[in-house]
Design a protein around this ligand. Sequence first.
Ligand SMILES: Nc1nc2c(ncn2[C@@H]2O[C@H](COP(=O)(O)OP(=O)(O)OP(=O)(O)O)[C@@H](O)[C@H]2O)c(=O)[nH]1
Ligand SMILES: [Mg+2]
Length: 175
Amino acid sequence: MGLLDRLSGLLGLKKKEVHVLCLGLDNSGKTTIINKLKPSNAQSQDIVPTIGFSIEKFKSSSLSFTVFDMSGQGRYRNLWEHYYKEGQAIIFVIDSSDRLRMVVAKEELDTLLNHPDIKHRRIPILFFANKMDLRDAVTSVKVSQLLCLENIKDKPWHICASDAISDPGCEDMKR
Ligand SMILES: Nc1nc2c(ncn2[C@@H]2O[C@H](COP(=O)(O)OP(=O)(O)OP(=O)(O)O)[C@@H](O)[C@H]2O)c(=O)[nH]1
Ligand SMILES: [Mg+2]
């Protein structure tokens, strides 16, 4: 099964065309993860910080995905909410080695979860505890504790550990 089908399985997606929002702080690895979803001949070798956002389209065997790869830089984060209404699934990426900014990631997540366009919807969220290859990285269980994910009761969610550079997806996706 391909990575995209796994992704739709993890996100519990059943619609034919899905808009996915990819969110998380700058430098967490969003664009790197999305790049790895592309066929190898279409992957870019040089990932640069996203300005504003970029839109990527993918087709898996059963679904078409439009992914909104949002910039995580502070000055662009206010753009996120304009896309919440049309988002049907969320990928939220965390740099597991960035302990200092884990609290900022939590603040952004809490703001997202309390937004009127998100709060009352059963929108699925897939968390990537990324950069697991780095020595300072905390485990995905720890990331989940630091972000208090167990408090999310009204939305299906899943967290997976990833190393976006050498690994084409999270561990769960390879099974
Ligand atoms: N070691 C390591 N580096 C990673 C990993 N994922 C991404 N990186 C690196 O982290 C840096 C930031 O990656 P991006 O994909 O640009 O991060 P982003 O979340 O899209 O950042 P913005 O577009 O600024 O919001 C790049 O230098 C990547 O090569 C990972 O799993 N491990
Ligand atoms: Mg980016």
